[in-house]
Design a protein around this ligand. Structure first.
Ligand SMILES: [Zn+2]
Length: 402
């Protein structure tokens, strides 16, 4: 609750690292608190990343495991003057937020609330997001660190702690120093319901179609002008509407999605994102898109088109498959905490997918956060406590099996 009162909103329009200087105030505080509990190497760097080590207390040679969460909150909703409220002994009713009583967290919208009757719920006050995404992950990792340093009887290898800025604006790994971190495997704490374990993300490409028309003075353009804006519009209009797009797909289905269209009569561009869980399917989607665009161009012989594919990120499963123990040990840690494991593919990317392809295999674990990026954001205290228990179990599983 202390961490969420610090405004750490990141900014998608900024080119600096971190994108907002204020994120560093939380990073500095976390490094200070880690120092206080005895982690001597804890520090925040100039980019707002926090690094720390819990030294090994075993003779065994255990792989170095890292736990990671992000300090920033989403730009979609205000994170200034967050006033967290602990609803002790939650009674199962709708929760009306005091600073804007039109904001009601209802059991109809969030049936998972019922799992928390009799225990504590944390919400914001109605004017801001809460920031459980991802300060719940931060709090869980801090609590784990405190527990391990005060319980030396729990055997574990060296554990790394990493807090990152700018995850919400897609730059969470931009300035991370994996050499310095020196971990073998990692887990992000950035997921929802207790028991969920995410080891699969989309694979993602971007496509830009550039249409070149033929320009002429509009008064004397007969049989000369070819308008690139009209051709680009025709390409978008030729896309299927009942399938193959975000509005009509779910679960493991992929899609192609136009995200921006720009241009003048002479030249127009359309930007697409292409998503699928099977990386091989990306090329199929791209081929289909190219065929649709070329068919449109057939009707405009003097126009030309460029079709450019850019790789964005890849399904982390491709990496995790080669290190099955990373997910298997997490599943064991969940079971020891009495949780049923729910494996869910993420219809998006995470810092974990980027870290995995940077050489640090990294699935995503739950924290309990709900209704993220909104004023309804809430979290159950017992889910956070479960997550700490899972981490303490997990470091022991790594030690036992080494
Ligand atoms: Zn997050």
């Amino acid at each position: 609750m202390r961490y969420v009162t610090i405004d750490t909103q990141s900014d998608p329009t900024s080119d600096t690292h971190p994108t907002t200087e204020k994120q560093k105030s939380l990073s500095d505080r976390l490094a200070g608190e880690l120092n206080e509990i005895g982690l001597n190497d804890a520090h925040a760097d100039e980019y707002g990343y926090v690094y720390a080590t819990i030294p090994s207390n075993t003779d065994k040679d255990v792989p170095v495991v890292c736990f990671c969460s992000h300090v920033d909150t989403a730009p979609d909703c205000s994170g200034t003057d967050v006033k967290p409220i602990l609803h002790k002994n939650y009674d199962g009713k709708d929760i009306q937020l005091p600073d804007d009583t039109t904001q009601v967290i209802s059991t109809k919208d969030y049936s998972y609330l019922k799992e928390h009757i009799g225990s504590g719920i944390i919400t914001a006050s109605g004017l801001t997001l809460l920031g459980a995404d991802d300060k719940s992950g931060v709090a869980i990792i801090m609590d784990m660190a405190n527990y391990l340093v005060t319980h030396p009887e729990i055997k574990h290898g060296a554990i790394k702690i990493l807090f990152t800025p700018d995850e919400e604006v897609g730059k969470g790994t931009a300035k991370v120093d994996l050499q310095k971190l020196n971990a073998d495997f990692a887990y992000t704490l950035d997921g929802g319901e207790a028991g969920t374990l995410e080891d699969e993300t989309f694979s993602a490409d971007g496509v830009r179609i550039t249409v070149h028309g033929v320009i002429a003075h509009p008064g004397y353009a007969k049989d000369k002008m070819v308008n690139a804006i009209k051709i680009a519009s025709a390409i978008v209009a030729a896309l299927p509407t009942k399938e193959w797009n975000p509005e009509t797909t779910q679960k493991r289905e992929g899609f192609v999605h136009p995200v921006a269209i720009n241009g003048i009569a002479e030249k127009a561009t359309i930007d697409f994102i292409v998503r699928d869980f099977e990386t091989a399917n990306l090329a199929k989607h791209e081929e289909r898109l190219q065929t649709i665009a070329e068919e449109v161009l057939q009707h405009h012989r003097k126009a030309t088109m460029e079709f450019k594919v850019t790789e964005q990120y890849r399904n982390m499963k491709e990496i995790l498959e080669h290190h099955p123990q990373v997910v298997a040990y997490a599943e064991e840690a969940y079971k020891r905490a009495g949780l049923k494991v729910v494996n869910e593919p993420i219809r998006g990317g995470t810092d974990g997918s980027r870290l995995s392809f940077m050489g640090l295999p990294c699935p995503n674990l739950f924290t309990g956060m709900h209704a993220i990026h909104s004023r309804h954001e809430w979290i159950g205290v017992k889910d956070m406590e479960k997550a700490v228990e899972v981490l303490v179990n997990l470091v022991q599983v790594w030690e036992e099996r080494s």
